[in-house]
Design a protein around this ligand. Sequence first.
Ligand SMILES: [Zn+2]
Length: 142
Amino acid sequence: MSESCIFCRIIRGEIPSYKIYEDERTLAFLDINPSAPGHTLIIPKAHVTRVEDLSEEDAEALFRTLHRLVGGIQDAMEVPSSTIGINNGPESGQEVPHVHIHIIPRTRGDRGGIMQGLVRTTGRPSGEAMLDIAERIRERVG
Ligand SMILES: [Zn+2]
């Protein structure tokens, strides 16, 4: 828990929220500044800033809650699709330093983009460069 974190304050009930779902480890509520109707946030109840710092239990619980909610959100908003994303760190646009998954209901013609369109810092790398990148990552996650 963090004293000043807005999401921790929502968990403690100090700030009201439009709650969707709650269990032992996670809470889901409507984003107060929605990109589309039904835009929902899922957070761990533990105050953790970044995905890589979540416990395995909280990581599992977050995806379990996502899996549980996404179909119902789409049904309720009468949309066929959603974009699911996490801004992980300030350079990615994370505004609240408490892990949160966005579920944004999507419809054809909503003028939204795709996740891969958020950033374009590279052209198409060579096969050699791809092998090097894959090796560098493997060395750190093995
Ligand atoms: Zn927090």
